[in-house]
Design a binder for this molecule. Structure first.
Ligand code: AMP
Length: 281
């Protein structure tokens, strides 16, 4: 497995693979890999002969008071895990390589970025779409795989790709969870033991919502209330949002119909976690 640091290098690598007629799959990440990331590699391998993983902690998508500086990084460990998972090359550029002095262009998807995480993280999704667009241009993959864990991000990237006619197929893979239900996240390492325990309320509250829907509940308000009550019963949890929206357009719904995203963002101490479930009605 190659570790490539510059854009010229990844272009050369991709060109050589293309010459041999290989399909390229891209898995964009910020590293500190866990089984959620590796599941995306597996999905990419099913669709492309060569899987490239990008590892880049993208400064553009962090707000001023967010965790850019303390975001966990371990390229050596990531390399071992990626290689074992069948990644052909890691593309891990520096911030200067991606954003040289004078860089002043951004890609912004409107509407879908307004609610949910967009409300409490202004500018976050502009940073995400800008870097993902750049990664697509550097790697020019046939297929790119993202996780349903970041449901809003996946919907926004689908929209960007379709609105800008980017020639890449977007695949969204299911959320990988710890055995006790906590959605895997690089940020879980921030949690104290007590917060880690408290954080189980996220998946439990979504499970409760799923059960209510299965029993016939269609009122978004009642689902939101049940989720909020369960999360609030955990003293360590501070709700950022509990939202019920259309899975594709992310528009708030009153009555559930078709594919609905139930998404939560909750703080435990200084750590903000997100989780979601999609229910089909
Ligand atoms: P990150 O490194 O957190 O930016 O995540 C990189 C990619 O992995 C994104 O597409 C995420 O949605 C995806 N991802 C992160 N956690 C999980 C998980 N628990 N299950 C599935 N995909 C995940």
């Amino acid at each position: 497995m190659e570790i490539i640091r510059d854009i010229a290098g990844i272009r050369r690598f991709v060109a050589a693979q293309r010459q041999q007629g290989k399909r390229i799959g891209l898995v964009p990440t910020m590293g500190y890999l866990h089984e959620g990331h590796l599941s995306l590699v597996q999905v990419a391998r099913d669709r492309a002969e060569i899987v490239i993983m990008s590892i880049f902690v993208n400064p553009l998508q962090f707000g001023v008071n967010e965790d850019l500086d303390r975001y966990p990084r371990d390229l050596e460990r990531d390399s071992r895990l990626a290689e074992a998972a069948g990644v052909a090359a890691i593309f891990s550029p520096s911030a200067e390589e991606m954003y040289p002095p004078g860089f002043c262009t951004s890609v912004e998807v409107e509407k879908l970025t307004e609610g949910l995480c967009g409300r409490s993280r202004p500018g976050h999704f502009r940073g995400v779409t800008t870097v993902v667009c750049k990664l697509f241009n550097c790697v020019q993959p046939e297929v790119a795989v993202f996780g349903q864990k970041d449901a809003q991000q996946a919907a926004i990237i689908r929209k960007m790709t379709s609105d800008l006619n980017l020639p890449v197929e977007i695949i969204v893979a299911p959320i990988v969870r710890e055995e006790d239900g906590l959605a895997m996240s690089s940020r879980n390492v921030y949690l104290t033991a007590a917060e880690r325990q408290a954080a189980l309320v996220l998946s439990r509250s979504l499970q409760l919502a799923r059960q209510m829907v299965a029993r016939g509940e269609r009122e978004a308000g009642r689902l939101r209330q049940a989720i909020s009550e369960m999360i609030s019963s955990e003293p360590a949890a501070k709700i950022d949002y509990v939202e019920i929206v259309g899975a594709a357009d992310l528009a708030p719904v009153e009555q559930l119909s078709s594919s609905t995203l139930i998404a939560v963002a909750v703080r435990f101490g200084t750590t903000r976690l997100i989780d979601n479930v999609v229910v089909e009605v």
